[in-house]
Design a protein around this ligand. Sequence first.
Ligand code: NAD
Length: 467
Amino acid sequence: MPTSRPGRAPAPRSECFAVLDPATGTPFAEAPDQQPDELDAVVEQAHEAWLGWRADPITRSKALFTAADAVETAGARLAPLLTREQGKPLADSYAEVARAAARLRYFAEPLPGPQKITDGRPVRSEVHWRPLGPVAAIVPWNFPLQLASAKFAPALAAGNTVVLKPSPYTPLATRLLASVMSTALPEGVLTVVTGHEPLGARLAAHPGIRHVTFTGSVPTGRAVAAGAAASLARVTLELGGNDAAVLLDDVEVERIAERLFWAAFRNCGQVCMAVKRVYAPARLHSQVVEALAHHAKTVVVGAGLDPGTQLGPVNNAPQLARVESYTAQALADGARAAAGGHRLDRPGYFFAPTVLSDVPPAGPLVTGEQFGPVLPVLPYSNLDEAVDAANGTGFGLGGSVWGADLDRAEEVAGRLECGTAWINHHAEISLAQPFAGIKESGVGVAGGPWGLYGNLRPFVVHRPEEA
Ligand code: NAD
């Protein structure tokens, strides 16, 4: 039975649920199994805390810088816990903690002051930016700390308070993060709630919440938006992706193969903006398949805490089953595994890094989101058709074009229907840039000033220059 809930008063009611280590498939710790009827008190406390937190931007800024320092100092506690529950290599967990601290610092800078608007008339319009109120942040299990910080850092900097719900697969590092930050933040400013559905659904639909910011799958995003419609809270959705990498005919395969491999397989392929399909010119197709298969066969797969591990397990059993079924269906429909194609014969949720050719383009591995260590490589003979195929799913998160002639690559990248297009790399984003999927990949904008303004509302004062 837990005795405290990070960032808020003791919570003696909750039972606990087991958290599994994906490297073994066995439980190693517990988290509070909070119930939806606890949310009224949590949101009420977030609202009370908001009345103080919104008042002074300078105090907020200082508190967020202090919180960033606290997160960084706690890296040696946070990173191993994150690896244990998520599965990723330890170095990646340290990078994720560092990214969370960096994001806090980025947004901790004081807000811009009011903006004056003039249009030649003898009136003065001033735009002030005001916070919204309690924000619900709901995040998935692939980057628990990084994605949580992408939500709470701009929301808190804007003067809102946050109720944060991590995935039940990865609740522990998030609880520790909030507890570490609570040394710098007033009570109720950042509260973590953990548990199973319908906890997230009820949080999204709670009438006291003024902004629901959600990262996760497309179907859940739809449910979240429908829930938030009841209170007409603002909704930001960062959803799934099925990013294509289009290789041009002048690409130097050996030069880009390792970068392309990691663009697809980092975090065991569990990245919203991972490369999830490769389109290669027919002439280069087998060379591309072989080069990627070489990396898939030689990468070190293991528990994230083992030194030398480059690729960890899939995070959870349902996700492993999905990866396995997409792969099995592709193989049954005629695909050929140049590497992998099966689970690994060891405890835990390990799937062999898999590179497939001859994959039917209408199958789920190409049209859906595998979100795992499996990559289809599809040949094309006409570039326009490859671009059409890249754009031919319901997703629109990112995409990339790879080739030696950068101007030509950029021209082709401009034809991709997505939020971010990369050239000769993939999925690198700066804290200062906007991040926004189109089509079913998202609603609203995260990152940079756009992410901050997504947590603010304009308040306009309009008066004549003279009485
Ligand atoms: P998911 O949609 O199943 O769950 C996401 C979160 O929502 C979890 O905390 C979950 O407990 C909660 N949830 C589940 N049902 C809910 C409901 N009805 N109402 C409210 N909350 C609910 O997603 P997942 O499997 O945890 O994560 C993988 C997905 O996330 C992939 O589709 C991936 O592409 C996407 N993702 C997107 C981005 C992005 O920035 N666009 C980033 C990371 C992951």
